[in-house]
Each structure stands twice: as C-alpha cells, then as structure tokens.
Design a protein around this ligand. Sequence first.
Ligand SMILES: [Zn+2]
Length: 323
Amino acid sequence: MYGYSVFHNKLMMTLIESVRRNENANTYIFEGAQGLKKHDAALLFAKSLVCANTATAPCCDCPACHEAQGGSHPDIVFVEKEKDKATIGVLPIRDMITESLIKPFYNKHKVFIINEGDILTPQAQNAFLKIIEEPPQYAVFIIVCTNSQMLLETVRSRAVTITFTPVSDSDIREYIKTTYPDEARIDFLVKYSMGIPGYVDSIIGRDDFETLREEVLNLLPRLLSKNKSHAFEVSDYIEEHKDNASEIYDMMLMYLRDAIVTATGRPDKVINTDKAEKINILASKYTASMLTKASDELMIAKKMLERFIKASATALHAALMIK
Ligand SMILES: [Zn+2]
C-alpha cells in the first residue's frame, strides 16, 4: 500500500484520511504483536504527514514522498535506544524534544517514530510527557510497541492508540505467494504464522528453524514430566537459546495445542502435521487438562519474558509449576 508492506489497509486509510483533512492528532501509539508490520505502518503514516500534497497524501510523487520512501527525509526522525543499553532512557528523549522544537525543513509536519516503546524507562516517559502536553502543532509522535500497558497511564491518556490485530489467513496466503513465489510450505506457514506476517519472514529467512522445531518437540516430555530435575534441563535449554525464548514458547504452545486437539478427538485441527507421530504420543500420555495446565503456565512464562524477567527463570518457573 503506497509503497509499504502493510496489511491493515482500512486502519491506514482512516489515518491517511485524517491527514488529508488536517485532523490528525499529535501523539499516537501503534500497538500490536511483533511481526504485524507496525513499523511499516508508521513509515507510511509519516510519509502521508510529510507529503507536499496534503489533499492527496501520500501522493508518492513529490520530493518529500520520494525522500520518505528512501528513508532520508529530514522531517522523519527515529528515536532508538543507545548502544549497549537495554532500555530507551531519558537522553534520547531529551534529544528528540530539542529536535522537535526546530520547525520542519520542508512542509507541514515533522514526525518522530519511537521504536520499541515498551522499553522506554519511566523517566524517559515523564520527559516525553512534557512535550506531548503542549506539542508544537507541526510535530507528530508515534510510539510503536507490542503492549501499550507498558506505558504510563499519563502517556496513554494523551495519545491515540491504534491497535494492530493479526491478519486473515487469506491475506497471509497472498503475502507468501507474492513475496516468496518459490515457497512450498504455504499451507503450513498460513496455519503456523497465525496471522502474523513477520513470522513468515522469520521462518523463511533462516536455516535453524527446522532444527529448533525438532529440539523443542523433543524437550516437551521434559517439561511435562513429574521429575523436578527435568525442570532444570528445560531451563538450561532456554538459557542456551535465550534470544529465541519467546519463539520457543510459541512453538511449545503450538505443540501443546496440537496435542490437546488430538486428545479431544479433533486431529484434523493439528497445525504441525509433519510431527503427528510425536504429537500423538503426547496426546496419549497426558490428559487434556494436564496439557492445558502446561499451556497456561507457558503463557505466564511468556508474559514474564515480556516484562524482561530472565529467560531461564521464566522457564524454570513454568516447568516447576507444571510438575
Ligand atoms: Zn507526496
């Protein structure tokens, strides 16, 4: 759409229409799961805001649109965390505020995109509040995040929150066909990605996906066993793969889901059909309520991860609670 890979066309058209009518707000929160192309959506919105032809923005024809598309427009500013920092602290936000007091170089708007809004420190958010309480009329701030609840209520109450939800299976299917015309695993990817196009990209783009899938499936009996020492094995595995911890939890949840549908007589609903043999073993060895309990604990572990609790600790907690 207008040069970007976005899926929420209706939502984006509403935002674009507000720009065309000069009715846009100053502060937005783009919220939704990772992989929903929120960053592309923010770039598209920014392009509309800086376009020289407001009534038809983004016209995709003016110099501003070209620069926005090329990533070199001086009135589109990105706010990132400092190198070697796990959070976005007050310094990048103060720099942003200073920059926001300088009028746009070209047209009507100057746009600030804060990626990873979830990791803004409370101090950074309080500094941010000062500017959004009385923003320069030309400034538009977009916080991109997975969970707006990580932001202070005072920030949320001054922003328009735009929620990005998973996209339809047919949109995912179309995306795979056009983006990866040689891909053979279309049916699997449509089911597996659960409406998140970024999952498709990350699966197709890497070599270790199948290895990880197999290892995680083989780890599940450890997670479900009554033996407490197995909980430490699960935790050790997560520690070794801590950069993929969230993905591993998603894989485990999907296998458990497959085992539950098998155990309850709906094997046609299995997503990981190529792993049916091992899933059948799980389904026959454990009851549906035991598998559901394991799923619930993994969901809690995933939430803990989102709150930046150490990956191995989240796994140990889940594995011990399941026993
Ligand atoms: Zn334009």
